[in-house]
Design a protein around this ligand. Structure first.
Ligand code: NDP
Length: 335
């Protein structure tokens, strides 16, 4: 028993043996090369015991970083509430072995103070997130998206304040463009709280983040790539139709059946041939590709099943590409 709760989970003792941990910028903080996000599959509409099995498997395989946001669900807020319950039931004794992040920046509540990038919104949203998760602090807090109407000084000032209050250990931003990221980093340096991490979208199908690598490196900002599997498109699951238990067949408004086009499937089929030749699954090759070259600190995956976690972690066993493979992949992506 721990705090009146019957503890049934005993983590794998060997959990730190195989995972890689990469340093974020020039900070003291390392992230597991694979991180788990709770955007889908962890809301009030999802089965609690399924969530629990996925989180346990992730922790057992050395994944230490869990990524949330105020609006994850549905309904918005419920992923944080559920994660708070999982923490209490399974991970209370392991909080110091976890890096937990949350964010604010998209619409969360009605009126002028529940969206965008004001200090008013960010500070109150963080307080709500901490309550939902039952935490005193989060390890990383992100401004979730650019807000061109609020001054960056105000938004960055809010992140600096949270760190100084001890409610957040490290500050980050997500979905920023290179100019705005550089400016945010400059402001944070002046404030004395480094901007430690950027969270852009990056996958074989979304390469825009490559324009950010220069700023990440110059400013020593770590980077975590979200949707590295393009929400599941970069796996073998859609090669023979749309499975009924897939994101594209479900209620997600972010991946719809019509996005699984014959052109996308044809590209993935060619990519999958390269993966199979190198002894990998399609998902493993897609994740290794994002991590190639050391520009990305961690790949931030989602999972609807425990076996998807096993598949992702398996990517670390085969991280290298030959020049020929990289050229073949580039050609398929550009055709
Ligand atoms: P992925 O690109 O990794 O897609 C995950 C989905 O792909 C899974 O839920 C599953 O869907 C499918 N999948 C995963 N592994 C496999 C596998 N091995 N074989 C077959 N299918 C697989 O990431 P997400 O799009 O889920 O995003 C990950 C995280 O990134 C989010 O949880 C969130 O933390 C963060 N994020 C941040 C954003 C931001 O603005 N900062 C925006 C979006 C995401 P299924 O089985 O249901 O088909």
């Amino acid at each position: 028993m721990l705090g009146g709760i019957l503890v049934t989970y005993v983590p794998n003792e060997a959990r730190y043996n195989e995972m890689k941990y990469n340093r974020l910028g020039n900070s003291g903080l390392k992230l597991s090369a694979i991180s788990l996000g709770l955007w889908h599959n962890f809301g009030g509409v999802d089965q609690f015991e399924k969530q629990r099995a996925i989180l346990r498997r992730a922790f057992d395989l050395g994944i230490t970083h869990f990524d949330l946001a105020n609006n994850y669900g549905p309904p918005a807020g419920s992923a944080e509430e559920n994660f708070g319950m999982h923490l209490k039931k399974d991970f209370a004794a392991y909080r110091d072995e976890m890096v937990i992040s949350t964010k604010a920046g998209y619409y969360m509540w009605p009126g002028p103070y529940g969206d965008e990038g004001s200090k008013k919104y960010l500070v109150s949203s963080l307080d709500q997130s901490l309550k939902r998760m039952g935490l005193d602090y989060v390890d990383i807090f992100y401004h979730h998206r650019m807000d061109m109407e609020t001054s960056l000084e105000e938004t960055m000032g809010a992140l600096d304040l949270m760190v100084r209050q001890g409610k957040v250990l490290y500050a980050g931003v997500s979905n920023y463009n290179p100019e705005r990221l550089k400016k945010a980093s400059d402001i944070m340096k002046q404030l004395g709280t480094p901007l430690l991490i950027h969270q852009p979208k990056y996958s074989m199908f979304a390469r825009g983040a490559e324009d950010l690598f220069g700023v990440h490196e110059e400013e020593r900002i770590g980077s975590i790539a979200f949707s590295p599997l393009a929400q599941g498109l970069l796996t073998d699951k859609y090669l023979n139709g749309i499975p009924t238990d897939s994101r594209a067949a479900g209620a997600s408004i972010f991946l719809k059946e019509e996005m699984v086009t014959p052109e996308v499937v044809a590209k993935v089929r060619k990519l999958n041939d390269i993966a199979v030749q190198s002894g990998q699954t399609m998902a493993q090759m897609a994740l290794a590709w994002v991590l190639r070259g050391g520009h990305i600190t961690s790949v931030l995956i989602g999972a609807s099943k425990e076996k998807q976690i096993d598949d992702a972690v398996g990517a670390l066993a085969n991280p290298d590409f030959t020049a020929t493979e990289l050229a073949q992949i580039d050609k398929i992506l550009k055709d």
